[in-house]
Write a protein that binds this ligand. Structure first.
Ligand SMILES: Nc1nc2c(c(=O)[nH]1)N[C@H]1C(S)=C(S)[C@@H](COP(=O)(O)O)O[C@H]1N2
Ligand SMILES: [Mo]
Length: 413
């Protein structure tokens, strides 16, 4: 970030966070346990899974994981209401607490420099007018989505399944911007930095890098719109990187600096963090040491049942439509299978409209529940290159890559 220029914004952000803190405290005082009529808390299916519900600017009430930095989870019910996740319901994750709370989109600039022939500095308006607009629908999912469900438990943000969202993004190709600046022959990586900064000098600034091939790929965008509107501030207003198919750690928000490097980035968040075991599973055994690691990249296949919650009671004696979503890392979902008996029998779910290979794909299946019976509902997605979900959960100490077939237990009354 540009420290002097943004100092005012950072100071404003401090004050606003203090206000938010007070508001948050107020909500906490009101909050009873789950089941309280005035409940402002939600219980996620994990130990210590109680989360306050709170409203932040431009957001409806979401599950608060932490307030400093702001980390908000989307309730699963939202994913049953449509294939697109509304901006005000989209999850929020920041690593560092000094997020500007006010940004003037007309004065904001993005600087492209480093190993380029012609450094550029562009406002969002210039970006939108000087380059061809590109639109696509893509899932943004945190690498640690569902981390709270890991057994044995692992350290890190204890998300349930709501650290994901599917939006329609509009922006310009990163490749075209890089080409306009003109890459020098020794360019190897491109590093992205957002406008927020660390709270203490010893905390590394959040930056992520992509290899040149990936940075120059067709669908990597600098987005200026999300679901037909400017991005919410907490989702990176006014510009963010969109890396369809890849985990959200690369989707740098409030993007104000792109630096072309002639070496592999050695900064903390790229070189040290976000690593997964370098085996086909991305797993290791608890306590196992010296496992080679590689940077996390493409998302694996997942599916969720969204129309019924775990522990729900369902009406017996008539056909029940079960609905859900599936997605993968950009090959597209080919099939979703559904089981109402814990995986003994499977039937083919009907797929909803295709919104492109990076989007959530809705699905539907039905079964007839009998009174007094309990059912274990499972969904299993398969993508167009035959990749599928696992039946045994992967384990790694960072809580990444979960894609086990989830079970929703219901009883018919
Ligand atoms: N500038 C900036 N961009 C960032 C981050 C961040 O801390 N700072 N976190 C990343 C991570 S790990 C995630 S999961 C996504 C979250 O995006 P969202 O808040 O729009 O849901 O933003 C990514 N981009
Ligand atoms: Mo993340």
């Amino acid at each position: 970030m540009k420290r002097d220029k943004d100092k005012e914004a950072v100071d404003q952000s401090r004050r606003a966070l203090l206000r938010t803190g007070a508001l948050f405290g107020g909500l906490m005082l009101l909050g009873g346990g789950a089941g309280n009529a005035l409940a402002t808390t939600v219980r996620l299916p994990m130990a210590n899974g109680e989360r306050p519900l709170a409203r932040y600017p431009q957001k409806r009430a979401l599950l608060v994981l932490t307030s400093r930095p702001v980390q908000l989870e989307t309730p699963m019910a939202v994913f049953n209401q449509g294939v697109i996740t509304p901006n005000d319901a989209f999850f929020v994750r920041w690593h560092l607490a000094n997020v500007p709370t006010r940004i003037d989109g007309r004065r904001f600039t993005i600087r492209i420099h480093g190993r380029v022939k012609q450094p550029l500095e562009l406002t969002p308006a210039q970006l939108a007018s000087d380059f061809e607009p590109v639109e696509l629908t893509a899932v943004c999912q945190c690498s640690g989505n569902s981390r709270g469900l890991f057994e044995p438990r692992v350290a890190g943000g204890q998300w349930a399944n709501g650290a994901m969202g599917n939006a329609h993004w509009k922006g310009v190709r990163l490749r075209e911007v890089l080409d306009k600046a003109g890459l020098r022959a020794d360019a190897v990586q491109v590093r992205f930095n957002g406008a927020e900064g660390p709270t203490l000098p010893q905390i590394p600034d959040f930056m992520k890098s992509l290899d040149l091939d990936m940075a120059r790929s067709e669908d990597v965008l600098i987005a200026y719109a999300m679901n037909g509107a400017p991005l919410p501030l907490l989702n990176g207003y006014p510009l963010r990187l969109v890396v369809p198919g890849w985990y959200a750690t690369y989707w740098v928000k409030m993007l104000d600096e792109i630096e072309v490097l002639n070496h592999a980035d050695q900064s903390f968040w790229t070189a040290k963090a976000y690593r997964v075991p370098a085996n086909a599973c991305g797993c290791l055994k608890p306590g196992e040491k010296n496992v080679p690691l590689v940077p996390i990249s493409r998302m694996n296949v997942r599916s969720f049942i969204t129309s019924v919650a775990d522990g729900a009671q369902i009406p017996a004696g008539r056909k029940l439509e079960v609905r859900g979503i599936a997605f993968d890392g950009g090959f597209g979902i080919k099939r979703v299978l559904f089981s109402s008996d814990g995986g003994r029998h499977w039937l083919e779910a009907r797929l909803g409209k295709d919104h492109g290979k990076y989007s959530f794909r809705e699905w539907q299946a039905s079964f007839r529940p009998h009174k007094g019976q309990s059912y274990s509902l499972l969904a299993l997605a398969i993508n167009t290159i035959g990749e599928s979900q696992r039946f045994t959960p992967r384990w790694n100490p960072t809580g990444y890559l979960r894609n086990v077939v989830e079970t929703v237990k219901v009883s018919a009354v």
